[in-house]
Ligand binder design. Structure first.
Ligand code: FAD
Length: 280
């Protein structure tokens, strides 16, 4: 099913993000199969981080074969028109209905200059022109790290929406007010497509420290204290409780969906979904 159909109901839509594991895909497939009972509308599969693009394509097929509706992420900054056209046409031939269209991070090489695609809005235009696939795009409740201010951030988001994007998937956040303020700014800019919050249950302090150092993501005092106080299993349970509170508030205030960054693990997401079951 396409994003435009998926989010056309009043239900809270559940979806999961996974990434290609460094080792064999079996462990991921085992974990993700445990999440099947929550009827995710789709699984999104990250692309490119760590140079594992071929792995993403192989895994896409594995996930599709186990019956999931898969939304591949797809980046354009280091690619060219011909390759992108081949790839998206292959996706379409494989029965893919949705793509998360991204620019991708700029390579660290200082001499890098973008080629055919410099920004995600150009990729959205291209996918819409060449295929019949629905397109998701990234949104940043606290602003994209390169963007000078929140106003410009929304103006650039609007370019992706005007190019034909069907839904916005946000970067993770730990303070719901940033999400709600973002949705207000998005709507005030005349953007009407669904804005889907990205939820990451905390399982590891190091990982959170790394993510927040690379992006505009605020860590509130309550979370910071938990990150310092708890270790291993206790931290995972703390992360679950924290995410449950976030999810309940998001549902209560009308979020159209919850997109979970699973980190390829079923445990935390299962516990969260078991807890909020009656509310979705
Ligand atoms: P863009 O929308 O192009 O924005 C990039 C920057 O340029 C922003 O600062 C924006 O304000 C500015 N900008 C945008 N358009 C214009 C324009 N036309 N003119 C001038 N300035 C402009 N990365 C991966 O490598 N693989 C993944 O699988 C992946 N998955 C992600 C999933 C989600 C939900 C999110 C939120 C991010 C993901 N990313 C992934 C990270 C993403 O690639 C980076 O955040 C990247 O730096 C920006 O990508 P974008 O598509 O948001 O870019």
């Amino acid at each position: 099913m396409k994003l435009s159909e998926i989010y056309s109901t009043d239900k809270t839509i559940i979806s999961f993000e996974v990434f290609p594991p460094k080792s064999e895909p079996e462990s991921l497939l085992r974990e993700i199969n445990k999440l099947k009972k929550y009827n995710p509308a789709f699984i999104s599969l990250t692309y490119g981080a760590g140079g594992n693009q071929n792995k993403s394509i192989d895994l896409l097929k594995d996930l599709k074969n186990t019956g999931f509706n898969v939304m591949p992420h797809f980046t354009c900054i280091t690619s060219d028109k011909q390759k992108i056209e081949n790839d998206i046409k292959n996706f379409e031939a494989e029965g893919i209905k949705n793509i998360l269209a991204l620019r991708g991070d700029i390579p660290e090489d200082k001499t890098f200059v973008c080629n055919d695609f410099c920004f995600a809005n150009e990729l959205v235009t291209f996918i819409k022109d060449k295929t019949n696939i629905d397109v998701g795009v990234a949104g940043y409740p606290e602003g994209h790290i390169e963007c000078p201010d929140l106003k410009t951030d929304i103006e650039n988001l609007k370019k992706k929406v005007d190019a034909g994007a069907d839904a916005i998937f946000t970067q993770l956040f730990f303070v719901n007010d940033f999400f709600f303020d973002y949705v207000d700014r998005v709507r005030n800019a005349g953007i009407t497509i669904p804005v889907i919050p990205g939820i990451m249950p905390v399982i590891n302090k190091k990982q959170i420290d790394k993510i927040v150092s690379m992006a505009n993501i605020s860590v509130p005092e309550k979370l910071q204290k938990g990150l310092e106080k708890y270790k291993e299993k206790d931290l995972i349970e703390f992360g679950i409780e924290y995410a449950i509170e976030q999810c309940k508030d998001l549902i209560k205030k009308g979020a159209k969906g919850l997109h979970f960054f699973t980190l390829n693990k079923a445990y935390s997401v299962s516990k969260i979904l078991d807890n909020i079951k009656g509310k979705i």
